[in-house]
Design a protein. Structure first.
Length: 153
């Protein structure tokens, strides 16, 4: 299993970090699969840069971010774009949005995006600690979004 985490660089008392993809069993500064960014906590505000395309790729194939990296990805907006990527938007469009580059508009299948969003919310439930099948929230949400029984159950 892969994990996206921080690897420490810099001298004593002056840490800076690389954002790396590494095996979950490797050491903190050990063997890495790919280096996808950096983070400097000493500047005010903290400076960080994570390659959006590579982060989306690794998250989509199952890499789990560490707590610190998850916060950085949420600040950058990558976690929100990951949901949209799973919903059917193209990787190029999401990366262009992050970089501020305009792409020619292409039609987005609204039903596919709505279905993916509904299915991701169905898996979460409403937090009432009931089984997903016994909770009323997923059924009500599925009806409101137009899903049929075969699509959510």
């Amino acid at each position: 299993m892969l994990r996206i985490r921080l690897s420490r660089t810099g001298k004593k008392g002056q840490p800076s970090y690389r954002v790396v993809v590494a095996d979950i069993n490797s050491k903190r500064d050990g063997r890495v699969v790919e280096r996808i960014g950096h983070y400097n906590p000493l500047t005010d505000p903290a400076e960080y840069k994570i390659q959006e395309a590579r982060a989306l790729h690794w998250l989509s194939v199952g890499a789990q971010p560490s707590d610190a990296v998850r916060l950085l990805l949420e600040k950058q907006g990558t976690m929100g774009r990951l949901q949209r990527f799973h919903g059917g938007e193209s990787l190029e469009k999401l990366v262009a949005e992050y970089e501020g580059v305009a792409l020619p508009d292409e039609p987005v299948d609204a039903t596919a995006v709505a279905a993916a969003t509904a299915l991701s919310l169905l898996s979460l439930g409403c937090g009432c600690r009931r089984r997903v099948a016994a909770c009323r929230f997923p059924l009500a949400f599925a009806r409101a979004s137009g899903l049929r029984n075969t699509e959510y159950g």
